[in-house]
Design a protein around this ligand. Structure first.
Ligand SMILES: *[C@@H]1O[C@H](CO)[C@@H](O)[C@H](O)[C@H]1NC(C)=O
Length: 189
């Protein structure tokens, strides 16, 4: 009998909800259905039994509304925290919130970032496999065998020139340089 009572009560609530549901594009206030305001606007005055239209007003400065609504104020636009390294990628509009992103050279993997970090610097002996973005750190990789990089953040590694017959000048220069150095160090002894 208890279960039966609960079922009936539940059914009554559902019936009541259906009876009181407003049409799509409407919202309920003071037990009447009013037309929603478009995005970019908020409800300045609810509709009444006498006047069937809501009074809608454009969002004020630094506020936005991104969906049709029955709300009496717009949402405050997010500020990008410069101290955390964030700047506006997209400014706030009447219909959309500010989108912040990390400044150049920094990144943050979190969607709603609270602190940007510096991109990793690839040391000599490595190269930049994937440049960093505002959402991703730099990906560094070791130079493959027989290759080197002298500068940090090198875009690529260069092959050692030893035995490279296509580059005769470099080979001759290297041989000359090596023999000069040997002679100098020997003469110093
Ligand atoms: C955002 O607005 C500021 C000032 O109104 C402007 O300097 C800046 O360039 C804008 N940023 C974007 C991403 O549109």
């Amino acid at each position: 009998m208890g279960v039966h009572f609960l079922l009936v009560a539940h059914l009554l609530i559902v019936v009541e909800m259906l009876a009181w549901a407003c049409l799509p594009g409407e919202y309920k206030t003071n037990n009447i259905c009013c037309p929603m305001c478009d995005k970019g606007r908020f409800v300045k005055a609810h509709c009444t039994l006498e006047s069937s239209s809501s009074t809608c007003v454009l969002c004020g400065p630094s506020t936005y509304m991104d969906h049709a609504n029955g709300l009496t104020e717009c949402f405050r636009c997010k500020d990008c925290d410069l101290g955390a390294g964030l700047v506006a990628k997209l400014n706030c509009t009447f219909t959309s919130n500010t989108v912040c992103e990390c400044t150049a050279g920094q990144f943050c993997q979190k969607e709603d970032c609270d602190l940007c970090r510096d991109h990793t610097q690839c040391p000599p002996g490595q190269y930049v496999k994937k440049p960093g973005t505002p959402r991703m750190d730099t990906v560094c990789e070791k130079c493959p065998p027989g290759h080197y990089s002298k500068e940090k953040n090198s875009a690529e590694c260069s092959p050692w020139t030893k035995g490279n017959w296509n580059n005769g000048w470099t080979t001759r220069y290297r041989l000359f340089f090596t023999s000069t150095r040997k002679r100098t160090s020997r003469s110093r002894q």
